[in-house]
Design a protein. Structure first.
Length: 607
């Protein structure tokens, strides 16, 4: 079969996405390549189709057992021979897999970098290898944000298998990281494919300066407005994940935690429950996510600001992988900035990590289209706004904040620039804290001058002052606040400055409007007119229930059977024959034969 026939027959799609066909042809012509695609952009098909086409077995190097399991289940559900060789297998399973590798009946073998290195002299030398695909290739680079030592030894592949093409794939790599991946892997004159990083189905929202209670209430209302939608809440610490999870559980939300402090067994159980839709929400540290291929995650919330734009974009990219609309919300505060700056300062790559954090902070604090900032970071210029982020939909209002800025700067100046942000606020609000009394700050002229503003408002204004460059934090001096040259211009009246009006509409109980509607393509069946329609919400829920039933029977997560996007298409087009069912995008021949009659019978009851 040619590659387009394989695409339709096995995966159910009529056409390739941008760059996919060119990438596949490069591998078919034995060329090395580096592939950059955003999460959910269709990287897997770039090596899965060549694996089906070529003689022998494709070796896919993947960092996590759970990710391998997801990929293998998805391929098997599409009728493709695939397996994973890892420590989770028993002896008999391993023996069967090895036999299939050596006789060439296995089309894709998933393996960890550690296992690969030990198997090179043994199993791999006995196989006919069609290609190597290295997933999460940013782990190879010393500049990568998720360093993994075994990845650095993969340069051995071209030494041991000089005639086998290598495909390196990643969702996040800036220019320096890309060059480093090529160098470390010793790729031979590689083709470099950079797809658009735009994920237009993701809404982007930032919430600044919320107190803990306000964040929790916002999140609770957000989830209650989406009772059937799965989501992930990323937190900076293990303690926070547990606190947020306990709060949601008390409110009746089905929720699990996931972080490195719990046992592997509990992590596996939490991930499986989430994949199978037994729980709605996962509260997790960044340890969670890389190993999941769940296509129907409908939202991602960052409880704290991430350390870099790469981390942020990879994590929000776990929402809406099926192309249907999904929501993302980022909370951040002055405390996040201080804590992450301390982490960056103490890291082994201080300058790089501080620069990445500044870029992330600029994104969070910007008043221009957020998508344009993200795309520009990845080298993709956009000359228009997205109309699917909070800045586009609600441009911030400003006011002359010179007086408030001068109050804060005066408190810093009168304490000889020796205090932290918390003490600044205590002085401005006239709070007789132990530090204020011990240091005699209650005698300052600025003591109590800002008592009409709340603590949260002062934290927000100080954050804005930091972003505008009026103050800086001396992280090497206990996080004390220093006034910059431009700050002195404001303090001494040489210039004036504006602040953004603070949004006090914290407790949102109304479901946010969907900014985008899922585009369901018309289908053309030979001899019949084009088919489209209006989605039947009741039918969609019935299809969800049937999908869950099919998944439970086979021990699969529901999204392995069909994605949410396929269900939306079925509920809109309502095919009542097996032939029409097979024309829906995302339904290949194997799934048509396997599930078609059950789904068509259900649809017929609603039409």
């Amino acid at each position: 079969m040619d590659i387009k026939t394989i695409l339709k027959s096995y995966f159910g799609y009529d056409s390739f996405r941008a760059n996919q066909e060119e990438i596949i042809n490069s591998i078919l012509h034995q060329q090395d390549c580096l592939v950059l695609m955003p999460t959910g952009g269709g990287k897997s098909i770039c090596y899965q189709i060549p694996a089906i086409t070529l003689q022998g077995t494709a070796v896919i190097i993947s960092p996590l057992i759970s990710l391998m399991k997801d990929q293998v289940e998805s391929l098997k559900a599409n009728g493709i021979e695939a397996a994973a060789l890892n420590s989770g297998n028993d002896f008999s399973t391993d023996t069967v897999i090895r036999r299939k590798c050596t006789d060439g009946t296995l089309k894709l073998l998933y393996i960890s970098p550690e296992k690969l290195l030990t198997e090179i002299p043994f199993l791999l030398k006995q196989m006919t290898i069609s290609l190597f695909a290295i997933d999460e290739a940013h782990c190879i680079s010393q500049w990568g944000h998720d360093f993994r030592p075994e990845y650095t030894q993969l340069d051995v592949l071209h030494q041991e298998f000089p005639n086998v093409p290598i495909m390196a794939l990643t969702a996040t790599a800036d220019k320096i990281t890309r060059q480093d991946i090529i160098k470390q892997l010793r790729l031979n004159n590689p083709q470099i494919f950079i797809s658009s990083f735009d994920r237009p189905n993701l809404s982007l929202t930032v919430k600044r300066g919320y107190a803990t209670k306000e964040k929790d209430n916002y999140i609770l209302n957000f989830i209650k407005a989406r009772p059937l939608e799965s989501g992930i809440i990323y937190c900076l610490s293990r303690k926070t994940t547990e606190k947020v999870s306990n709060f949601l559980k008390e409110k009746g939300i089905r929720c699990n935690i996931y972080h490195a402090g719990i046992s592997q067994q509990d992590r596996d159980k939490a991930q499986l429950n989430f994949q199978k839709d037994d729980v709605q929400v996962i509260c997790a540290t960044i340890a969670f996510g890389m190993g999941i291929d769940k296509s129907n995650v409908r939202w991602v919330i960052h409880y704290n600001m991430p350390k870099s734009i790469e981390s942020f974009y990879q994590e929000v990219g776990r929402a809406g992988r099926d192309g249907a609309p999904a929501d993302t919300v980022l909370f951040y505060s002055l405390a996040d900035v201080v804590q992450l700056s301390q982490f960056a300062k103490e890291s082994g790559q201080k300058d790089i990590n501080q620069d990445k954090l500044r870029q992330m902070q600029n994104y969070a604090e910007s008043n221009v289209c957020r998508r344009r900032i993200l795309l520009n970071y990845f080298g993709e210029q956009r000359d228009h706004d997205c109309n699917n982020c909070d800045v586009c939909n609600n441009p911030p209002r400003r006011f002359d904040g010179t007086e408030y800025i001068q109050m804060a700067l005066s408190a810093v100046k009168r304490t000889e620039e020796s205090i932290r942000t918390a003490t600044i606020i205590e002085i401005l609000k006239g709070i007789p804290s132990p530090t204020v009394i011990r240091k005699g700050y209650d005698t300052l002229k600025t003591y109590g001058v800002g008592k009409t503003l709340s603590t949260n408002d002062w934290q927000d204004y100080l954050l804005q002052m930091l972003q505008m460059g009026f103050i800086e934090i001396a992280y090497d001096q206990g996080n004390i606040v220093k006034i910059t040259e431009s700050g002195n211009d404001i303090l001494y009246g040489r210039k004036r400055a504006e602040l953004c009006v603070i949004d006090h509409t914290i407790k949102e109980s109304i479901k946010p409007k969907r900014r985008l509607h899922l585009q369901i393509p018309t289908i053309t069946i030979p001899g019949l007119p084009e088919t489209t329609g209006i989605e039947d919400k009741e039918l969609f829920e019935a299809l969800r229930n049937l999908r869950r039933q099919c998944a439970d029977e086979e021990g699969f997560p529901p999204y392995i059977v069909f994605s949410d996007k396929v269900l939306h298409a079925l509920a809109t087009i309502k095919p009542v024959t097996l032939e029409a069912f097979g024309f829906i995008q995302g339904i290949g021949e194997h799934k048509k034969e396997k599930y078609g009659n059950r789904f068509v019978t259900l649809i017929q009851k609603y039409v």
